[in-house]
Write a protein that binds this ligand. Structure first.
Ligand SMILES: [Cu+2]
Length: 260
């Protein structure tokens, strides 16, 4: 059965008008922000910006009593240390700053895709201790785990957002390379063989993170101009936030201070 031509002709203008109306609603209203934002890929070589935030993490409390790890029951571990092995859950540096604080940009970065460095981040096991104890890693970046001990270890991260795994590594065995595919601050690593072994890995989708060392300082370089919230994370003393605004090429200081 054929429709009369007149009705087809009448239908098309109605459809066309409807489409124009739809387009006008979607494009011109400005009432709703766009639901999807395309992330601009950033090549590894391209600097994101030239602002710098540096600072230190002070410790003003009473120096915690020295604690030691008891590994005497495992001669393969204890034999690699001269004397007692200090627990490193809170390390106060001689200049009254804190070591092993993870400092990172928590919010304020432009919606952009940041390329993960090709360089792997090493996590070593020596004397039955994870080293470094605190690590910053980008999503998709290689974490390269080595066992330099004469004994077996069992690397076991305990993530909440990422996939949990649990893998043995033979004495002086092959390096193990792993990645995490989601942001997570922080993932605790344990060893199923040696209960005192602890490492913490912070996984971010951008490169603006640092871990304080023996001088308690940090530096976040190559930032685009913006208003940022920095977070400092310490495994025992918790987190702190500071808001910092930087213009292009500007250098600013952000100092954290903890006490127990
Ligand atoms: Cu172990």
């Amino acid at each position: 059965m054929m429709y009369p031509m007149a009705s087809v002709v009448k239908t098309f203008p109605a459809l066309a008008a409807g489409l124009i109306l739809l387009c006008a609603c979607g494009g011109g209203g400005g009432e709703k922000p766009e639901a999807k934002k395309e992330l601009t890929p950033l090549a590894t070589a391209e600097p994101a910006g030239d602002a710098i935030i540096t600072g230190k993490v002070a410790f003003t409390g009473d120096k915690p009593a020295a604690k030691t790890i008891s590994m005497d029951a495992v001669p393969a571990c204890a034999g690699q240390h001269k004397g007692p092995v200090p627990a490193e859950d809170t390390v106060v540096n001689p200049n009254k700053t804190l070591k092993n604080v993870f400092v990172y940009v928590k919010s304020g970065l432009p919606a952009r895709q940041w390329a993960a460095p090709k360089t792997p981040v090493p996590l070593d096991q020596k004397g039955c201790i994870y080293s470094p104890r605190v690590i910053g890693l980008m999503v998709g970046q290689d974490l390269e785990i080595s066992n330099n001990d004469p004994s077996m270890h069992n690397i076991h991260p305990l993530p909440k957002n990422n996939k949990e795994w649990n893998t043995s590594q033979a004495p002086k065995g092959e390096k193990m390379v792993r990645q995490f595919d989601k942001e997570e601050v922080m993932i605790r690593f344990k060893c199923n063989v040696h209960p005192w072994m602890v490492a913490w890995v912070g996984v971010l989708s951008h490169p603006f993170h640092a871990v304080t060392g023996d001088d308690g300082t940090f530096s976040l370089k190559g930032l685009p101009p913006g208003e940022y919230t920095l977070e400092a994370w310490h495994e025992k003393l918790g987190t702190q936030e500071i808001k910092v605004t930087v213009a292009a090429k500007e250098s600013k200081t952000a100092d954290f201070s903890y006490k127990n």
